[in-house]
Design a protein around this ligand. Structure first.
Ligand code: BTN
Length: 252
């Protein structure tokens, strides 16, 4: 086992990603070390968003990786492998799990898990990777300003043991990480694309202020999202260049 070979629990932290990054400055942590907490005082989401999680209710952890065989150009494979690991964990428990590009995990139209992957790149090598993952397990209510959150309990009606969930999630992540290191990367990519939220369906998107109808076709070599337009042209978008619009196409 690589991921989960060592798990450090903290009662409360600013952020597991911040803690992991500070630890890496002073110590050589074994690959696969997991830093986990019950509560974050400054949980980080993408692009300076915060990550909300009620004390003791959910999974909040960061995994330290040294993916030396993955070049910086291929770093999206880490994101795909981690997304598939969380997909595997949740798919075993609830139906209708999808991966919303680039690495949100959705159940139907709601977000159950998010990931903040921070790679430290030096020249042609990824020196280390901090894969920070938040999975909503037992939280019943979220702040109003969070767009579409959901937890496992809100779906199943049942409370889950967070420690058991962590162990299971780490097992699935470990399998996917080994697939990335030693297995067929083409399969990782094919599976990731096949599980993309909204893939192959016409929906509304917004890019550069314009709303358009598009169909997700897949991803580019570097992980950009490919969307086909009604005129059959295909556009590629980097993260934050495109928004998913959550309204029926006929209402526009
Ligand atoms: C997102 O969807 O915006 C990414 C959310 C990532 C949240 C997790 S919770 C554990 C780890 N520590 C953090 O501060 N953030 C990540």
């Amino acid at each position: 086992m690589i991921i989960g070979s060592g798990v450090q629990f903290y009662r409360s932290l600013e952020s597991t990603n911040t803690c992991a990054s500070q630890c890496l400055k002073s110590t050589e942590l074994q690959e696969g070390t997991v830093i986990c907490t019950d509560f974050q005082t400054a949980g980080k989401g993408h692009q300076s968003n915060r990550w909300e999680s009620e004390d003791g209710k959910n999974l909040l952890f960061s995994i330290i990786l040294y993916p030396s065989s993955v070049s910086p150009d291929e770093q999206f494979f880490i994101s795909m492998a981690m997304s598939l690991g969380i997909y595997d964990f949740l798919h075993n428990l609830v139906p209708d799990v999808k991966i919303k590009w680039p690495n949100d995990i959705y159940v139907k139209n709601d977000k159950i898990a998010g990931m903040l992957i921070e790679n430290s790149v030096m020249g042609e090598t990824i020196e280390n990777c901090i894969a920070g993952i938040g999975i909503n397990i037992n939280q019943n209510k979220f702040s109003r300003d969070i767009p579409n959150p959901v937890s496992l309990k809100m779906i199943t009606g049942k409370e889950s043991d967070t420690r058991t969930c962590l162990r299971e999630a780490l097992n699935y992540l470990d399998i996917r990480y080994k697939q990335l290191l030693y297995g067929n990367r083409g399969l990782i990519r094919d599976e990731y694309v096949s599980l993309l939220y909204r893939a192959g369906e016409w929906h509304a998107y917004r890019a550069e202020g314009n709303v358009f109808k598009g169909k997700i076709k897949g991803i580019s070599e570097t992980g950009s999202l490919k969307i086909e337009r009604e005129d059959t042209s295909v556009s590629e978008f980097s993260f934050k260049e495109v928004d998913y619009i959550h309204q029926p196409l006929s209402n526009r």
